[in-house]
Design a protein around this ligand. Structure first.
Ligand code: C2E
Ligand code: MG
Ligand code: MG
Length: 682
């Protein structure tokens, strides 16, 4: 059995109280009994002294009547059992026995026979009897003795009576005290403790109630400390709740909270049979603001965007920051697409309002993907995925656009995902192959090398263009493995031809931005030494987008490649975002003019002046130039005339598989004539 604090305390106090009081009472009863016994003995002694004082005369005068009077008088006294006067020889001269005394009634026979000596003999050693004797003398002569017997009976009955009274009184006192103590204990200790227990249990259930502080004692201090702790826990909980559900930077609900709100909105809309709209907002130029103006300004831009988006919305709408530069808006109860479109336009306008950040005027632009409930998804995941999908579509349409999710997007998304899966198997199942497109001396039309171009022969789709699958592989990171495969395959091919005594010239390999980030130069040197490739046999084609990455890292990697001795070529020049200053900062050997500029030659005045300008600048910077996408004679003539070093294009040679390329190479071997391109490839 488990005892409560109150029961334990009461029991302890009860035992201590009862114990001490019982000991005290016992002591009291003992001393009082001893006192009464002494009084009894004293009374016996007084009687004895008196009788032994007055008896000699009666003994000497043989006045037995008087002696009888004495003994009768003595035995009639309270507590006296007998009074006997014996002579010097011990023979009784006079005796009186108190017949009514219970002691005597026990020895009734002896008493009845009046054989006093026998009676005395029987009474000898009785615990209840005090036997006293006093000598009776006259002038120093022993005349006899006076024997008196006192009964302890009344003493004992008094003791018992006292005992009962004391026990009753004691019990009453103990009960009274214990009740009083328990009441005080209950009120002052148990109640506050129970309140603390109840409050602690509430904390366990997530409810924070303070307890009343009524006293300044230890329990009061405990209650105060408990309240302080509760306050702290409450604040900490609130902080955790904020951290878990709100974005620290903008103070807006975060992704977790957003998901929760969408869930609630779905339930609400189901009940009310209403539609709601979900907007995925992504800033288009956030990265460039972050990179060019610093993270602090980037943060300011996010805070300002959040605030502006919120300001354009109704009270019932929700805005959340999903992470990075992504925001989500939930607009409940929308009537139709027109209303949704209006909201999207308002959002775009609000975001693109010019901002003053750190003394600089910044104009943010965003793309918005829109999904409607229940039209574009029945649950949170579907709605999120579809709004996200629509947002990417909006991004591809250019800055500051909003787009509704459509089923067609979904199909494209699924195709993309399928392709991503297929691409995983492409290397292993031998679906990838390298093609080679020769690059020629523009003026002499002599073979100088070839660009390595990747081909994917999909078992169902047929040939998939690298323009389609390379961006996908870059987005998923698969390009790292694929790029490595291309690099090794190219090295293997070169070394195979070389061993066979065929000179393929240089091989220009396209390197993706993603691949470039992964300690590329180290891998390249490994492969070069493995296949015995001299550095002049390799050219690396890097697009301008590489230069937009972390400048320091890019410069370092380019320097390592330069140290290896391979040729560095800037591909698709003019299509990216790089400025001329990049050309100065990052040293390249070759510039490849993108085919879009070559296409308009020699008639389009814009293309003409652009190509002329690129060629002049390249000369100034001591760079060789390759023109891509040369498709006809006029283009080639123009380029040759303008001093373009090298040319590549269908007019000169199309990309070839390795067998075709080998044939092409063997036809070039010593003794073979320079190609008569116009005749063979027109
Ligand atoms: P790019 O590096 O600019 O490659 C030149 C593209 O122009 C090739 O397309 C080539 O077939 C095409 N081309 C060549 N001459 C002509 C012409 O006279 N007219 C026209 N219209 N096009 C011509 P392709 O092979 O489809 O490759 C497209 C892009 O895919 C490449 O552009 C390159 O950026 C990328 N790529 C191809 N192979 C690889 C690779 O192994 N790794 C990486 N990272 N990217 C690759
Ligand atoms: Mg290229
Ligand atoms: Mg190119």
């Amino acid at each position: 059995m488990r005892l409560g604090l109150g029961a334990k305390f009461t029991l302890t106090v009860l035992i201590i109280l009862a114990g001490t009081m019982a000991a005290n009472t016992l002591y009291f009863l003992k001393t009082s009994t001893r006192f009464h016994e002494e009084q009894l003995v004293e009374r016996g002694r007084a009687l004895g002294r008196l009788v032994s004082l007055i008896s000699p005369d009666a003994i000497l005068g043989f006045d037995f009547l008087l002696l009888n009077d004495y003994t009768r008088e003595v035995s009639s006294q309270r507590d006296v059992v007998y009074g006997v006067i014996v002579n010097a020889n011990g023979r009784p001269l006079s005796s009186s026995i108190n017949d009514a005394d219970p002691l005597i009634s026990r020895h009734l026979e002896a008493a009845k026979s009046k054989d006093i000596l026998k009676l005395l003999q029987q009474l000898d050693g009785e615990a209840e009897l005090i036997q006293l004797q006093f000598p009776i003398t006259h002038n120093g002569l022993m005349l006899g003795r006076f024997l008196v017997g006192m009964s302890r009976q009344s003493l004992q009955s008094e003791f018992h009576r006292q005992l009962v009274v004391q026990i009753l009184v004691l019990t009453a006192i103990v009960l009274f005290l214990i009740t009083a103590i328990y009441a005080v204990f209950r009120f002052n200790v148990l109640f506050p403790i129970r309140k603390l227990i109840a409050a602690s249990e509430e904390v366990g259930r997530g409810r924070y109630t303070l307890v009343e502080v009524n006293s300044a004692d230890e329990l009061g201090l405990l209650a105060r400390a408990f309240n302080a702790m509760i306050e702290e826990v409450r604040q900490e909980q609130a902080k955790l709740h904020r951290q878990a559900n709100f974005d620290v930077l903008t103070g807006l609900p975060n992704r977790m909270m957003a998901l929760d709100r969408i869930d609630q909105e779905i339930s609400r809309s189901r009940r009310s049979q209403q539609r709601f709209a979900m907007f995925f907002i992504d800033l288009d130029n956030f990265k460039s603001v972050n990179d060019s103006l610093g993270h602090a300004v980037g943060d300011e831009l996010l805070v300002a965007t959040g605030a502006r988006v919120q300001a354009t919305l109704r009270d019932a709408d929700t805005v959340a920051r999903l992470g990075g530069d992504e925001f989500l808006v939930l607009a409940p109860d929308v009537a139709d697409e027109v209303q949704v479109e209006e909201i999207a336009e308002r959002l775009i306008r609000a975001v693109s309002e010019p901002l003053e950040l750190n003394g600089r005027k910044v104009v943010a632009r965003c793309s918005i993907g829109i999904a409607l409930f229940p039209d574009n998804g029945e649950n949170v995941e579907m709605l999120m995925a579809n709004a996200d999908n629509a947002m990417y579509q909006a991004k591809s349409m250019g800055e500051g656009s909003a787009i509704f999710f459509t089923e067609e997007m979904n199909t494209r998304l699924h195709e993309r995902m399928q392709m991503e899966q297929d691409l995983n198997l492409a290397i292993e199942s031998g679906q990838l192959a390298l093609h080679f497109q020769p690059i020629f001396d523009a003026a002499a039309r002599r073979h100088r090398g070839a660009e390595v171009l990747l081909r994917w022969h999909h078992p169902e789709r047929g040939a998939v263009s690298p323009a389609v699958f390379i961006p996908l592989a870059e987005a998923t990171g698969q390009i790292v493995g694929i790029g490595d495969w291309v690099l090794e395959q190219a090295c293997r091919s070169w070394s195979g031809w070389h061993k066979a005594g065929i000179d393929p010239g240089f091989l220009a390999i396209n390197i993706s931005r993603i691949q470039f980030r992964k300690r590329f130069s180290q891998r390249l040197t490994e492969l070069m030494s493995m296949y015995g490739i001299p550095p002049q046999a390799l050219e690396l084609e890097i697009t301008e987008s590489v230069l937009l990455d972390d400048h320091h890292q890019v410069a370092e990697e380019l320097n390592s490649l330069r140290a290896v001795g391979v040729t560095l070529s800037l591909d698709d020049f003019g299509t990216g975002y790089s400025s001329l200053s990049y050309l100065k900062r990052f040293r390249f050997d070759v510039l490849k003019i993108d085919q879009s500029f070559v296409a308009g030659l020699p008639h389009d005045p814009d293309d003409v002046s652009l190509v002329k300008a690129i060629l002049a600048m390249a000369k100034g910077l001591d760079l060789k130039v390759v023109a891509e996408g040369v498709e006809n004679h006029d283009q080639l003539s123009f380029l040759t005339l303008q001093g373009c070093d090298l040319a590549q294009g269908y007019f000169l040679a199309k990309p070839m598989n390795d067998e075709e390329f080998l044939n092409h190479l063997t036809s070039l071997q010593p003794g073979a004539e320079p190609l008569r391109i116009s005749a063979t490839h027109n």
